[in-house]
Design a protein around this ligand. Structure first.
Ligand SMILES: C[S@@+](CC[C@H](N)C(=O)[O-])C[C@H]1O[C@@H](n2cnc3c(N)ncnc32)[C@H](O)[C@@H]1O
Length: 294
């Protein structure tokens, strides 16, 4: 399978914002490379690097209209009309190798680590989730996933049931199971996410405790002690009646994928039936948590 990659240079400060935007407009992965340290990423012809810093490499499906992607980036002010960028067609194996070079174990909260399978596990006594980058969202590198993982790490999940709504790679459900949850359910609209979650659960030895459903096939009476949903503010508001109905009485809710500027309106919606905690922010993104009132 072939992919299209766009590479552009940015200041370190702007890189996260551009990465978030690239993922919003369909990038299946975004990687940062320190442009100072990597001779293979020399400045492109015509590119002046006033601040040195970061190369952003985003991967899109081969059918993507890259002219449209470039126009969207320019319209959003993420780079100027004459900024240098490079678009190239690449093969699966090249992309995988690039990911392997740039993906390292990451710690979330006190107990939890997400570790690529080809790296040494830094702390064998920690709760280690083995997870390799794939085509479904969720490796821990995005602030919204990180916020969710840290929340799960902070909870006592022993014996609890968990629903991961919008499971992507299954990272949150698998982390919850490894942190002690009794069982978990992953739900997604994307069949690729269901496949990725199943494979990742197998790799982590938790597949017997994880059930997976496409949204349309979700059993009607499904409920859990803890529901976590890292989608986006718009869908989270639209899905309020569905997500609300999935939480058991006195159950906990964690929401992410919400920009700071959207937090108030998501809180307005969910405070109808949840006691909400103070909002937690990270790099323009938010996490909203709470407890069902009834
Ligand atoms: C930002 S990713 C989150 C993945 C993972 N849970 C994480 O935290 O990294 C959002 C996921 O929600 C799924 N999604 C979007 N809208 C949905 C909906 N209406 N119902 C179920 N899943 C949805 C997407 O397919 C995607 O896999």
């Amino acid at each position: 399978m072939a992919w299209i990659q766009i590479r552009l240079n940015s200041t370190d400060k702007k890189a996260e914002k551009i990465s978030d935007y690239l993922q919003e407009i369909g990038a299946v992965s975004v990687t940062f490379v320190d442009s100072q340290d990597t001779p293979i990423f020399e400045p492109l012809p015509g590119e002046t690097r006033l601040w040195g810093n970061t190369d952003i490499i985003a991967l899109f499906d081969a059918k993507t209209d890259m002219k449209q992607i470039v126009n969207l980036l320019k319209n959003e002010g993420h780079f100027s009309v004459d900024s240098a960028y490079k678009i190239e067609q690449i093969e699966d194996k090249d992309w995988e190798r690039e990911w392997m070079d740039n993906f390292h174990p990451m710690q979330f909260g006190k107990r939890l680590w997400i570790c690529p399978s080809w790296r040494e596990i830094p702390d064998k006594n920690a709760v280690n989730v083995l997870l390799d980058p794939g085509l479904a969202f969720g490796t821990g590198t995005h602030p919204t996933t990180a916020l969710c993982l840290e929340w799960l790490d902070s909870l006592d999940l022993a014996g609890k049931t968990v629903i991961d709504f919008g499971c992507g790679s299954g990272i949150l459900a698998i982390a919850a199971l490894k942190l002690g949850a009794k069982s978990a359910v992953g739900i997604d609209i994307d069949p690729q996410a269901i496949t990725a979650s199943r494979n990742n659960a197998e790799q982590n030895g938790v597949s017997e405790r994880l059930r997976l459903f496409l949204s349309a096939d979700t059993p009607p009476e499904l409920k859990a002690d803890i529901v976590i949903a890292n989608i986006l503010a718009g869908p989270l508001k639209e899905l309020y009646p569905v997500i609300d109905s999935l939480v058991k009485p006195q159950g906990l809710l964690g929401l992410s994928g919400i920009l700071e500027s959207q937090a108030l309106s998501v809180c307005d919606t969910y405070s109808q039936t949840f006691f909400l905690d103070p909002v937690t922010e990270r790099e323009e993104w938010c996490r909203i948590t709470g407890k069902l009132k009834l």
